[in-house]
Design a binder for this molecule. Structure first.
Ligand SMILES: Nc1ncnc2c1ncn2[C@@H]1O[C@H](COP(=O)(O)OP(=O)(O)O)[C@@H](O)[C@H]1O
Ligand SMILES: [Mg+2]
Length: 301
């Protein structure tokens, strides 16, 4: 992969955010996170220095093209993968330091996960109801409370009528909705979901998005969702666009902002790359409230 669009400098209207300057209420903190996969002598750099802080109670949509590193970031936050370099803190734990057992415990009790492949989130031979019950095994709830909660969650995702069907026999979309119910079963402090609406029609996608918002509003669950769906993205408080293994942009209240990385680099939005294609020499011109980038080869005067 290339470092396309990496241009040093600051454009007007940029919101600056000091890396490592995390508020105390941060539930997720990533600093200079790097992930390199090694495959048969060939290395793939999936993340190349991600800085991201998420405050408890926030809802964040991770956007970005396929292969940008979104799933990798989610796996690192879930403690399913150890980063090649950098720091990850989730729910007050430094995931680079804890034992695998502690990461498992965190996933059982505090962090709900919906993986990209719906089938990976469930026990195929167990019924839909049995899956949501099983997820609550680590809790101290009584059997009848677990049962009631499971049925309520299945109803909420529109799976009430198929509660008794083995999960492996549900359609891809039904499995996806079941995965969301399982992930919310223990009222997690943090929910990580990787494209949870990719196989749903817009009505079902709206139901799932509504359920995530309700978990956020009623229980204070922090939500981080990878999505291609504009509607899902807009329903969330903040969007973070990952491009080429870096945080390329942050969106809030309908405005998109560039992010100045710790090395001073800024990713230009792809739609501006026809003006400043990768490899272009540019001049950074200081303005009163920012910096303007000008192509050096077409400058006049
Ligand atoms: N297990 C793996 N082994 C090797 N390369 C991987 C692995 N998982 C992901 N990658 C590569 O890492 C990059 C980022 O992948 P991923 O995090 O899945 O991106 P996204 O979810 O944004 O599509 C891609 O180039 C992908 O091919
Ligand atoms: Mg992915």
């Amino acid at each position: 992969m290339t470092e396309a669009g990496q241009v040093a400098g600051v454009a007007p209207g940029v919101v600056t955010q000091a890396p490592g300057d995390a508020p105390d209420s941060a539930i997720v903190r990533c600093e200079n996170l790097v992930q390199i996969y090694g495959m048969a002598g060939q290395q793939v750099t999936a993340l190349r220095g991600v800085d991201l802080t998420v405050t408890a109670g926030e809802t964040v949509a991770l956007l970005g093209p396929s292969g940008a590193g979104k799933s990798t970031l989610l796996w690192l936050l879930a403690g399913l993968l150890r980063p090649t370099a950098g720091l990850v803190e989730v729910c007050g734990r430094r995931l680079t330091d804890i034992k695998p057992g502690a990461a498992t415990n965190m996933r059982l009790r505090e962090v709900g996960i919906v993986m990209q492949n719906p089938g990976r989130n469930l026990l195929a031979y167990e019924t839909a109801l049995g899956n949501v019950l099983f997820a609550q095994a680590p809790t101290r709830r009584t059997r009848s409370v677990k049962h009631r909660r499971s049925l309520a969650l299945l109803e909420a995702v529109g799976l009430g009528p198929v509660a008794g069907r083995p999960a492996g026999r549900l359609s891809g979309g039904e499995q996806q909705r079941l995965a969301v119910a399982i992930a919310l079963a223990n009222g997690p402090a943090l929910l990580l979901a990787d494209e949870p609406t990719s196989q749903l029609d817009s009505a079902s996608a709206a139901v799932v998005t509504g359920l995530l918002q309700a978990a956020n509003e009623d229980l204070g669950t922090t939500i981080i969702v990878v999505t291609h769906d504009q509607q899902v993205g807009q329903a969330f408080g903040r969007t973070v666009t990952i491009r080429d293994g870096k945080v390329g942009a942050v969106g809030h209240a309908g405005e998109d902002y560039l992010v100045v990385a710790r090395d001073g680099s800024v990713q230009l939005p792809p739609e501006l790359l026809d003006v400043l294609p990768p490899g272009t020499l540019a001049r950074a011109v200081r303005l009163g409230d920012g910096v303007e980038l000008r192509r050096a080869d077409v400058e006049r005067g």
